[in-house]
Design a protein around this ligand. Structure first.
Ligand code: AGP
Length: 608
């Protein structure tokens, strides 16, 4: 979950590195640093905490160079301190790294036994010292670097600079994303395309075990043994406009309010609007939907919640057995997979290591894999058999919002497609459901118009010691999502629970201090949920109900009611989650936490 950038060219590298790190800061922000090679100098500047601290250091003492590497860190090995910040160096080598070197203990012991002195607690620091040693033995820098790459185990994306070699920048990839940007008289490396599009849209996505030798005039690729490698040059479509959150205060707020547009854009590619039917040609050209015997959905975090909602739709509309798995569990459980089944992986970033590993397991066991991602050029997109893109646009806030609701829309269309292909639903039912999806942007606008009301509710619960979120059926995953949103940006403990489970334990938590947020749209389980409301109220719980009916609004039991207005059971999840996003956002703002970059988190979890 770190961000890497590098450049070699004719312009001063420092501003390129710093602007690039700003665009990568969402990947981790415990510390940051750059290294520049110029003639016989190898200059390294690092700072603890946010990028602004590194900017301050470089303002005090400006640095110039024409080849450089930069890094913004999410700590894996070693506390977030200045001495653990990247780049890590030996006397003549500087390295930036995203990933985990699994065999670093053995490598470090070997180097310590030869008298090497370490200055950090990181796994990364073994790399410059190993290269330094090979340079002394070998002399040829390219051979020396490749020899070290052959010894590393684990996941790594690397940028490497050598003192006295300011005409070359080395890069390597195994298990963590890294790409090359091809410019005119300049070339780049980066963890993703966003920092490079201001300079070039010609990208080369490195595969595992690729080694890149960049000069101002060109890029050469080999494997770790030195055999030439050829990779396709792709034209990146990533939006260059990432830095503008105006008129919103935070990216998260902007992205919550972008959901109507994002859902509209996502739907455009998935339905035929005039006929009100789904359009899944990208899928049906690879998978015969009518023959799908089982669906395994695999994801992490918020994306996993989207999968949990989809299970209700696929089982109800297509009558297909559907499992929903947490990727980090699935990949080590190594489950048997039903022949004729498909695997659906969901990932906003398309780079989540556990989800990518799960995808590879499923493919390795003969499954066709469908990826629902928000980044077309991501590792997961490139590894899948079929890609269904969410058109949410870049999501910068660490807390996922518009990606979640657009994932739900894609999954809803997939469920309808499966149901039609198997003859479980008629075209009339399909049209009816597509019509409900088409109405979503306007309906969400209506919910967003209640922002002020939700802000006032947030102020009531600012000092709560914890929250309970409850829901039944497809509202249960929405309760889980509401709890995750709140805890990850406000740092208040929150737990999502199936409302029917209350009496099996969590009801013991309820007292006058505990806010209980209940997701209760008028659906087939509404009356059951009302009983749960009474159980909670009878024990003094402070009830906040999110519903789509007014019947609860004037009910004395309820402290606060947020109605999302008219909606059917099918689209209730996309609507009832919006007040929960806003509730979490406003509580976090009132608490003064860093809404877009919450502590300990990163936007893309590219390590396991
Ligand atoms: C959601 O708000 C979190 N940021 C996190 O749970 C996230 O959903 C999870 O890390 C999965 O990320 P992905 O969708 O990019 O794979």
């Amino acid at each position: 979950m770190c961000g890497i950038i590098g450049v070699i060219g004719e312009r001063n590298a420092t501003p390129v590195l710093m602007e690039g790190l700003k665009r990568l800061e969402y990947r981790g922000y415990d510390s940051a640093g750059i290294a520049l090679a110029w003639r016989d100098e190898l200059v390294v500047v690092r700072a603890l905490g946010k990028l602004v601290n590194l900017e301050r250091a470089l303002t005090v003492e400006p640095r110039i160079g024409f080849v450089g590497i930069g890094h913004t860190r999410w700590a894996t090995h070693g506390a977030p301190t200045e001495r653990n910040a990247h780049p890590h160096c030996s006397a003549n080598v500087a390295v930036v790294h995203n990933g985990i070197i699994e065999n670093h203990p053995e490598l470090k012991a070997e180097l310590l036994s030869e008298g090497v002195e370490f200055t950090s607690e990181t796994d990364t620091e073994v790399i410059p010292h190993l290269i330094e040693r090979e340079l002394r033995r070998e002399g040829d820098p390219e051979v020396a670097v490749r020899r070290v790459l052959q010894r590393l185990e684990g996941a790594f994306a690397l940028g490497i600079l050598l003192r006295g070699h300011d005409e070359v920048l080395y890069a390597a990839r195994r298990g963590s994303p890294l790409l090359i940007g091809l410019g005119e008289g300049e070339n780049f490396i980066a963890s993703d395309a966003t920092p490079l599009v201001p300079y070039t849209r010609r990208m080369v996505y490195l595969n595992d075990n690729d080694f890149a030798i960049l000069t101002r005039d060109g890029v050469r690729l080999t494997d770790f043994q030195g055999s030439p490698v050829v990779r396709e040059v792709k034209y990146s479509q990533v939006s260059a406009d990432l830095t503008d959150k105006w008129p919103y205060r935070h990216y998260m707020q902007k992205e919550i309010f972008e959901q109507p547009t994002a859902i509209g854009e996502t739907l455009k590619q998935l339905i035929r609007p005039m006929e009100r039917v789904v359009a899944l040609e990208a899928l049906t050209s690879v998978i015969s939907l009518g023959e799908v015997s089982a669906v395994s959905i695999i994801a992490c975090g918020t994306s996993w919640h989207a999968g949990l909602v989809a299970r209700y739709w696929i089982e109800q509309l297509a009558r297909i057995p559907t499992s929903v798995e947490i990727a980090s569990e699935y990949r080590y459980r190594e489950p048997p997979l039903a022949p004729g089944g498909i695997t659906v992986v969901i990932s906003q970033s398309g780079e989540t290591a556990d989800t990518l590993a799960a995808l590879r397991y499923a493919k390795g066991h003969g499954q066709k894999v469908v990826a629902i991602v928000n980044v077309a050029e991501s590792s997961i997109a490139r590894a899948a058999d079929v890609v269904l893109l969410t058109q949410a646009g870049p999501e910068i806030g660490v807390a996922s919002t518009k990606a979640f609701t657009t994932q739900l829309v894609v999954l809803a269309v997939l469920a309808l497609g499966l149901g039609r292909a198997r003859g479980e639903i008629t075209e009339a039912v399909e049209k009816e459901h597509v019509e409900q999806l088409v109405r979503l942007p306007g309906r969400i606008e209506r919910v967003l118009a209640r922002d002020r009301e939700i802000q006032e509710i947030a102020a009531k619960f600012l000092h709560a010691r914890g929250f309970l979120f409850l829901g039944r059926g497809s509202s249960f995953p929405i309760a889980l999502e509401g709890a995750l949103k709140l805890k990850e940006i406000s740092y208040i403990h929150a737990e999502g629970y199936a409302a029917g489970e209350m009496k099996h334990g969590p009801i013991a938590l309820i007292d006058e201090e505990l806010p209980v947020v209940v997701v209760a749209p008028r659906d087939r389980l509404f009356d059951k949920v009302l009983s749960n409301l009474e159980e909670a109220r009878a024990r003094g719980g402070r009830l906040v109900v999110v519903t789509n009916t007014e019947v609860v609004a004037d009910w004395p039991l309820v402290d606060d009611c947020i109605s999302v207005g008219e909606c059917e059971e099918f689209t209730a999840p996309m609507l009832t989650v919006v007040p929960l996003q806003l509730l979490a956002y406003h509580i976090a703002v009132l608490k003064g936490t860093d809404v877009d970059q919450p502590r300990n988190l990163a936007k893309s979890v590219t390590v396991e």
